[in-house]
Design a protein around this ligand. Structure first.
Ligand code: TPP
Ligand code: MG
Length: 580
């Protein structure tokens, strides 16, 4: 080994990693490998960066995603060459679609060892295709001053590009020659460039035009989909109060929970908009929509079946308008726009329109509460009604895809007990959810509850290793209906042609007993059989810490019947005879 090569390597990776830290990277989620040695050693030695080592790249990537989502800051991933890099793919896709900033670092063979049969070498160029915002194939380190300056600039550019709206993943592929162990002699070159990614403020022209239109519209609605920005609740609720507009707040908007003024927040629309008569009474003239596409299908259908409505989408970037219903797309920061509009609009006295929505919301809430109180059987939706009273202020609720995220949207009531609701809603994958929740737990101290279905839990059992490895706490509410419960709500469940094959193709029961798996990872497992057992298992779980799994056994067929009964109870409560 020539000292010169190892020193050149050391100054290259040292400079690059130091520039990553300068640009704001504080966490890296990584897995072991030989080719990635130079970066792994440089990251481990960088005091401003915490290196989270994992064994499985797919889980590591989702762990990094959960960290980045929760911290609202960019996080880096590191993998060695070969199929390790392909295991990052699902998390990269989720980052792209849910706008989470990730800097993906993959180590590669040098150019002379590519495409000629060298071991553990795959084509890593543009591996993640259109799912990353930027790809760059770095040069083999030579230690030259010009290259060090370039590496520092590349690190800054990678972080800034990942953060730029809409945020997402970037991919840097870095080939390393042997010897792979760097020597750190020289001081790393400093980053000269300082990058800023300010929020996109609306121009006065945009604010004036929209404020005028809103001021002249009595029947307006604010629809807030998944959008995790702590500055949004104050801005949105102030604007809604000035205009007398209801706020249809997705559970993932984080507008339902907290000490902000919630007088205009509507949280049961998923149930009452299923009733056509109620939906017809509530047709708006104008909609201001913020955030990702709402979780609630009835809300989407309500909006889509009213094409005459002026539909303004406020989004700092991208084009989130499936079905092409938007009439206006404003590429500005939603909080800044709402704050500016709240100052600009003519205040309107609270109208019959707002009162109608509020009355209907209150009646639907009473019907849902009564329904939950009367039903003693363990059921899936009621998990969120129960958790609503059990979770401590400031807890994070990570909801798995499939039924948990929908049930959270349908059943989680608004309250001033603040919760932060998160979910992988970009690509709606059932993969990597355990690791994403663990990443959320690694981001800060405080309670984190993951509510997840059995198949999704099975999908990422590997992720559980991180609990012990990194001394994390995670309380998992495992809704075990022995298969994919969501499919029982779909037409596939009633279609005669697949009768008999439904369980084989969709229900997919597995009969797994999760207890030994959980205990194998050092966790504590309780299967509850009633609600009082559930309540004590959750409180005990928080007190114990570490990995706590509370399994709620449910039945997929009963689950459909329970949801339908709840929707019927809401429709009945809102029938003209019931609403005076
Ligand atoms: C990675 C991935 N594979 C497959 C799917 C399709 N899918 C959606 S929901 C679901 C079943 C999930 O079952 P479970 O986690 O038990 O939740 P439940 O439906 O019972 O609420 C499947 C296979 C997906 N969304 N993501
Ligand atoms: Mg299930």
């Amino acid at each position: 080994m020539t000292l010169g090569a190892a020193e050149a390597l050391g100054s290259a990776v040292g400079t690059f990693v130091s520039a990553l830290a300068d640009a704001g990277i504080r966490h890296v989620s990584a897995c072991p490998g030989s080719r990635s040695t130079p970066l792994a050693i440089a990251l481990a030695r960088q005091p401003r960066i915490k290196l989270w080592m994992h064994l499985d790249e797919r889980s590591a990537a989702f762990f990094g995603l959960g960290l980045a989502r929760t911290l609202r800051e960019p996080v880096a991933l590191l993998a060695t060459s070969g199929t390790a890099t392909a295991n990052f793919f699902p998390a990269v896709v989720e980052a792209a679609l849910s706008r989470v900033p990730l800097v993906v670092l993959t180590a590669d063979r040098p150019h002379e060892l590519r495409d000629n049969g060298a071991a553990q070498t795959i084509d890593q160029l543009h591996l993640y295709g259109q799912h990353v915002k930027w790809f760059f194939d770095l040069p083999e380190p030579d230690g030259s001053t010009a290259q060090l300056q370039h590496l520092a600039a590349l690190a800054a550019r990678a972080v800034s590009t990942a953060m730029d709206e809409p945020a997402g993943a970037v991919h840097l592929n870095w080939p390393f020659r042997d010897p792979l162990v760097p020597m750190f002699g020289a001081k790393p070159a400093t980053t000269r460039v300082r990058v800023s990614n300010p929020r996109l403020a609306p121009s006065p022209v945009v604010v004036d035009e929209l404020a005028g239109a809103l001021g002249n519209c009595r029947r307006g609605l604010m629809v807030i989909g998944p959008h995790d920005d702590p500055t949004l609740p104050e801005a949105v609720t102030r604007l809604a109060a000035r205009l007398g507009y209801p706020i249809l707040a997705d559970a993932l908007s984080n507008l339902r929970r907290g000490r902000h003024a919630r007088s205009h927040v509507i949280d049961t629309y998923d149930a009452f908009l299923r009733d056509p008569a109620t939906a017809d009474r509530l047709t708006p003239e104008m909609v201001l929509r913020i955030g990702a596409i709402p979780t609630s299908k009835p809300l989407l259908q309500f909006l889509e079946s009213r094409p005459a409505v002026r539909h303004v989408v406020v989004d700092p970037g991208g084009w989130r308008d499936p079905g092409s219903h938007a009439t206006d797309l404003l590429h500005v920061d939603p909080s800044l726009l709402c704050a500016a509009l709240a100052d600009a609009v003519r205040p309107q006295p609270d109208s019959e329109w707002a009162t109608d929505w509020r009355t209907i919301n209150a009646a639907a809430r009473r019907a849902i509460d009564d329904y939950c109180r009367a039903d003693d059987e363990l059921s899936e939706g009621k998990v969120f009604a129960e958790l609503s009273d059990l979770l401590p202020y400031g807890a994070i609720v990570y909801a798995g895809n499939s039924m948990p995220v929908r049930d959270m949207d349908s059943f989680l009531p608004q309250s001033d007990v603040q919760l932060r609701c998160l979910s992988n809603r970009g690509a709606n994958g059932i993969d990597g959810v355990v690791s994403s929740a663990l990443g959320a737990g690694a981001a800060r101290s405080g309670a984190v509850v993951l509510v997840i279905g059995d198949i999704s839990f099975y999908h990422d059992l590997n992720g559980l290793l991180a609990v012990d490895r990194h001394a994390l706490d995670l309380l998992v509410v495992l809704v075990n209906n022995d298969g994919g419960g969501i499919f029982s709500f779909l037409p596939q469940a009633d279609t005669a042609g697949i009768e008999g094959d439904f369980e084989l193709l969709f229900g997919t029961p597995h009969g797994l007993n999760f207890q030994p798996f959980v205990e194998g990872y050092g966790g504590h497992f309780v299967r509850v059989d009633d609600w009082s057992g559930f309540r004590s298992a959750v409180s005990d779980g928080f007190a114990r810490g570490g990995l706590q799994v509370v399994e709620v056994p449910t039945n997929r067929l009963h689950n459909v019947a329970q949801h339908r009964a709840m929707w019927c109870a809401v429709a009945e409560a809102l029938s003209p005879a019931a609403v005076v």
